[in-house]
Design a protein around this ligand. Structure first.
Ligand code: AMP
Length: 147
C-alpha cells in the first residue's frame, strides 16, 4: 500500500501558484461577443474571465456559450455577434478561490474545473489557478516523498 507520510502541502496557501492577472487574457464588461470570440480563438483558451473597468471579476466566457447564444433554427446567426454583449451570456455561477485559500480546497474544486479564478475579499481579480499547475505541484511533492 502507498502511504503518504506528509500532508503538509495540502495546508499550503495557493498564492505562490497563481498565474497573475496581468498574464491572463480577459475581456471586459461591455465588450461584444464578437470580440470575446476573437480573443478565445486567437489565444486557444477554452474560457477567459470577464472583468469590469476596475478589474473586478464578473464572470467567465467561452466559445460554447457564444455559439449557443447565436444558434438559429437551422443556422448559426453570426451577424448577431457584434451586438451581443459578453455580460448577457457569460457564466456567473462558478466556484471562486481566494489567494489565501489552501491547496486542499483548490484540489477539490479542480476536479470539476479546468481552472479557478482567484478573487480577493474586495472582489478584485488576482489571477487564475490551473489544473495543470496544481497537478505539477502534486507530482513534484509525490516524487519528493519517495526520494
Ligand atoms: P492550461 O492548464 O494551461 O491548459 O489552461 C487551462 C485553461 O485555463 C485554459 O484553457 C484557459 O481557459 C485558462 N488559462 C490558462 N492560462 C491562461 C491565460 N494566460 N489567460 C487566460 N486564460 C488562461
Amino acid at each position: 500500500m502507498i502511504s503518504l507520510p506528509n500532508r503538509d502541502f495540502l495546508e499550503a496557501k495557493i498564492e505562490d501558484f497563481i498565474i497573475s492577472s496581468e498574464k491572463v487574457a480577459h475581456v471586459q464588461i461591455g465588450n461584444s461577443a464578437e470580440h470575446a470570440l476573437l480573443v478565445l480563438t486567437k489565444t486557444g483558451y477554452s474560457a477567459i474571465p470577464v472583468l469590469d473597468l476596475k478589474y473586478r471579476f464578473r464572470g467567465l466566457i467561452n466559445a460554447q456559450r457564444i455559439t449557443d447564444a447565436i444558434l438559429g433554427l437551422d443556422h448559426i446567426e453570426y451577424e448577431r455577434l457584434p451586438d451581443l454583449k459578453v455580460e448577457d451570456i457569460m457564466e456567473t455561477d462558478m466556484p471562486l478561490i481566494r489567494p489565501d485559500d489552501r491547496f486542499q480546497k483548490a484540489l477539490d474544486l479542480l476536479i470539476d474545473q479546468n481552472f479557478l479564478c482567484v478573487v480577493d475579499d474586495a472582489g478584485m481579480f488576482t489571477g487564475i489557478l490551473t489544473r495543470r499547475v496544481m497537478l505539477k505541484q502534486l507530482k513534484k511533492r509525490l516524487y519528493q516523498l519517495h526520494d
